[in-house]
Design a protein around this ligand. Structure first.
Ligand SMILES: [Zn+2]
Length: 164
């Protein structure tokens, strides 16, 4: 389990944010995440765990954790997806450019090298490696539609030649 709680406490203190037990509990649950997660998913997990934080508190705490660099927000158009910075330093994200499905892909050595790559003017960098591609399901779907298309095309050709 990644210890996200102590650096988070230090961040809150350093930036003059209130350190509440609710925020600490949320940070604990976030530290246990091993997959890509959303704030909504986190809210369900907290509810299941018997925690009573308000949605507003969970949302603001998640934003603070991102601001602290302890989680990274994945580039995304709709609902924000997050990954703990610890997991982001071990796994690349593969995202399907067709359906948006995301899987993690273990790349510790490549990410370690990226972390030590010189960055211009920025310090405390957290690289995030995202591969955009086509997932197996979408690849099969694309192959199917392509086959169908070529089938109808050849059928059309046959019809055209028989009508002649
Ligand atoms: Zn897909």
């Amino acid at each position: 389990m990644s210890d996200l709680v102590s650096p988070f406490k230090a961040f809150l203190k350093q930036h003059g944010y209130q350190l509440t037990s609710e925020r600490v509990e949320i940070a604990q649950v976030v530290g246990q995440q091993r997959r890509i997660f959303t704030t909504e998913g986190l809210i369900s997990q907290l509810k299941e765990g018997g925690y009573r934080q308000s949605r507003g508190t969970v949302y603001s705490t998640v934003r603070l954790l991102a601001e602290a660099g302890l989680i990274v927000q994945l580039p995304q158009a709709s609902e924000a997806h997050y990954l703990t910075s610890e997991q982001a330093s071990l796994y690349a994200v593969c995202r399907c450019r067709c359906c948006g499905a995301e899987v993690l892909y273990r790349q510790p050595r490549r990410l370690e090298a990226l972390r030590h790559a010189p960055t211009h003017r920025y310090r405390l960098v957290q690289p995030l490696l995202v591969f955009f591609g086509l997932c197996q399901r979408c690849e099969r779907e694309t192959a199917k539609t392509n086959n169908k298309r070529s089938e109808t095309q050849s059928r059309g050709l046959q019809q055209a030649s028989s009508s002649r």
